[in-house]
Design a protein around this ligand. Sequence first.
Ligand SMILES: [Zn+2]
Length: 97
Amino acid sequence: MQDPENIVDETLAITEHQVRDFLEAFRVPMACDCADGEHDLVLNPDNQPNLLAIPDPRDEDLENWFFWLNCNCCGHARMISASRVWTWIKTKDQDDE
Ligand SMILES: [Zn+2]
């Protein structure tokens, strides 16, 4: 049984490669509606996938975390739930056992 208290540290440790595997597993379309651009995963200078943290106005202790994709033409952004990626990685590991 996974310890959910590790979710913060483990989400911070998710790599570019793991997010790209997730995008591929769910066939997240990379073509943008603007028809002239492609979405790509936004990375930090150290190649870690960039995280957005959006606070819940109903609960000051709660933040929603997202990895995000950005269109290289129009700038449209697509957000991917970081907790969903975390869950997928955990489930995938269990399936491998
Ligand atoms: Zn676009």
